[in-house]
Design a protein around this ligand. Structure first.
Ligand SMILES: Cc1ncc(COP(=O)(O)O)c(C=O)c1O
Length: 401
C-alpha cells in the first residue's frame, strides 16, 4: 500500500502528464493546496488562545520561497509580516506589494547585517516604497552607531532590531554587550530600537531546555532595553527547528513585548523538518521533477544532481515517495545515481518526483517553478529572488551618493 505522499506524488505526476513532452527536467513543482494547508497549520499552532490574531505571531522567513506568487499565498492568509535576508528578497517583496497596492500592510525585517553599500541600496528601496515598513538589523553597538551615521539624511527614523547572539556564534552580539551599550544606543538619532532578533538556529527541536535558557536571556535583555525602545518592543526568534518551544515559553508569551516566530521552511516542508511536519501535519509542497537518463541492472541515474536539489546536504539528500526501494547515492553536479534495494526500476526516460532534504537551498537553484492548483491549469511562476545579483543597483549605477 503506498503512503499518502506516494499517492500525492502519483497524482501530481498524473496532473503533469500532458505537459511532460514540453517540460524540462530537473524542474521545481509546487503543490499550492499543500502550501495553503501548511500556512493554515502554522496559524493554528500560533493561534492557540489568540483567535484571529494568530497571524500576528508569525514573521515567516521568505528565503524559503523567494517567489512573489508564493508570498501572495501568505498575504491571502493574513500574514503580512515577514523576514528576509537578501536585497533581492527585499526588492521582490516591495515590488510585489506595490503591484498589489498593499505596501501599507507590508512589514519586513531585513534580518541580515548590512555593510555600507548594501545599507544605501536598502535605503533607496525604502525611499521608493515609503508606505511599507522595513526594519533593519544591527550586528553590534558599533554597527548601530555606524548605521546611524549612514542614515544621517533620513527624513524619518529607521526601525532597528538588535541582533542578539544566543549561542549560535554566527552574527549579533551577546546580551551582555548590548546591555553595556544601552547609553550609546539611547544616543542614536536616525535609528529607533524597535526589537530584538534572537535566532537560535544552533538548537535542535529536542533541545527545549537550552532554548528556554536562551529565551530567558532574551527576555532579560528586553526588560533592560525597554527604556530606550519602542513600546512594545518586538522579540523575533525561531525557525522551523525550534518555533514550538518558543511559542510555549511563558515569558516570551507574557511579557510587555510582542513575540514573533520566524519559520519559513514550514510553508513548503522538506525532509529535515520532520519534527515540525509531524507536529503540524505538514504536507510536502515542493518537489523536483527529474527523469531517468541511465539504467543499469540495479541502478538508475536521474538528471538531478547537486545543481538541482539540496546541494548543501549529504547523501541521501532527497527521497522518492513513489519509489521507496530506490536509495539516492552521492550526486555529482548533473547526475543523481540511485541504488535499487528492492522493487522495480523506473524505465529510461521515466519522470519521477523527489522530495528535497533541504527545500530552501533547492528553490534557490531555480529561475522558475510550476505552480499546481486544484482544478486549475498549472501556472509558471518566476522565482525572482533566487541566485545573487551582480550590481547593487540596476545597470551598475553608483549608489554611493
Ligand atoms: C535569521 C533566520 N531566521 C529564521 C530562519 C528560519 O528558517 P527555517 O524555517 O528555514 O528554519 C533562519 C534559517 O536559516 C534564519 O537564518
Amino acid at each position: 500500500m503506498p503512503g499518502p505522499d506516494a499517492a500525492r506524488a502519483a497524482a501530481i505526476l498524473a496532473d503533469l502528464g500532458p505537459l511532460l513532452p514540453s517540460l524540462a527536467s530537473p524542474a521545481l513543482v509546487v503543490d499550492l493546496a499543500a502550501v495553503d494547508h501548511n500556512i493554515a497549520a502554522v496559524l493554528r499552532r500560533c493561534g492557540d488562545g489568540l483567535g484571529s490574531r494568530a497571524a500576528d505571531r508569525w514573521r515567516p522567513h521568505v528565503k524559503t520561497l523567494k517567489t512573489a506568487a508564493l508570498v501572495r499565498r501568505l498575504w491571502a492568509a493574513g500574514v503580512t509580516r515577514c523576514k528576509c535576508a537578501t536585497l533581492d528578497e527585499l526588492q521582490m517583496l516591495l515590488e510585489t506589494a506595490a503591484e498589489d497596492g498593499r505596501e501599507d500592510s507590508l512589514d519586513v525585517l531585513l534580518a541580515y547585517p548590512l555593510h555600507e553599500a548594501a545599507f544605501r541600496v536598502a535605503r533607496r528601496l525604502l525611499a521608493a516604497h515609503p508606505a511599507a515598513r522595513v526594519q533593519l538589523l544591527a550586528d553590534s553597538p558599533a554597527h548601530a552607531l555606524a548605521m546611524d551615521g549612514w542614515a544621517r539624511t533620513a527624513a524619518a527614523p529607521l526601525d532597528l532590531h538588535l541582533d542578539v547572539d544566543l549561542g549560535m556564534a554566527r552574527t549579533g552580539s551577546p546580551p551582555s554587550v548590548w546591555r553595556e551599550a544601552i547609553a550609546d544606543l539611547a544616543s542614536l538619532s536616525r535609528l529607533r530600537v524597535a526589537g530584538l532578533h534572537g535566532y537560535e538556529g544552533h538548537l535542535a527541536w529536542s533541545q527545549t531546555r537550552e532554548a528556554a535558557v536562551a529565551y530567558d536571556q532574551l527576555c532579560d535583555l528586553a526588560a533592560a532595553v525597554a527604556c530606550i525602545g519602542t513600546d512594545p518592543l518586538e522579540l523575533v526568534t525561531s525557525g522551523t527547528h525550534s518555533f514550538s518551544a518558543a511559542l510555549d515559553h511563558p515569558r516570551l508569551n507574557g511579557g510587555p513585548w510582542r513575540h514573533r516566530i520566524s519559520p519559513g521552511t514550514v510553508v513548503l516542508s522538506d525532509l529535515r523538518s520532520e519534527p515540525a511536519a509531524d507536529l503540524l501535519d505538514l504536507r510536502q509542497a515542493a518537489y523536483v521533477l527529474a527523469r531517468v537518463i541511465s539504467r543499469g541492472s540495479d541502478r538508475v541515474t536521474l538528471d538531478a544532481g547537486s545543481k538541482a536539489i539540496a546541494p548543501d546536504r549529504p547523501a541521501p539528500n532527497c527521497r522518492l515517495p513513489a519509489w521507496p526501494g530506490l536509495v539516492p547515492l552521492s550526486p555529482s553536479e548533473e547526475h543523481l545515481p540511485l541504488r535499487r534495494e528492492h522493487g522495480a526500476l523506473p524505465d529510461l526516460g521515466a519522470a519521477v518526483l523527489l522530495v528535497p532534504d533541504h527545500v530552501c537551498t533547492t528553490v534557490n537553484l531555480y529561475r522558475e517553478c510550476l505552480l499546481l492548483g486544484r482544478n486549475e491549469a498549472p501556472v509558471r511562476a518566476v522565482i525572482g529572488a533566487s541566485g545573487h545579483r551582480l550590481y547593487f543597483a540596476p545597470d551598475g549605477q553608483d549608489t554611493s551618493a
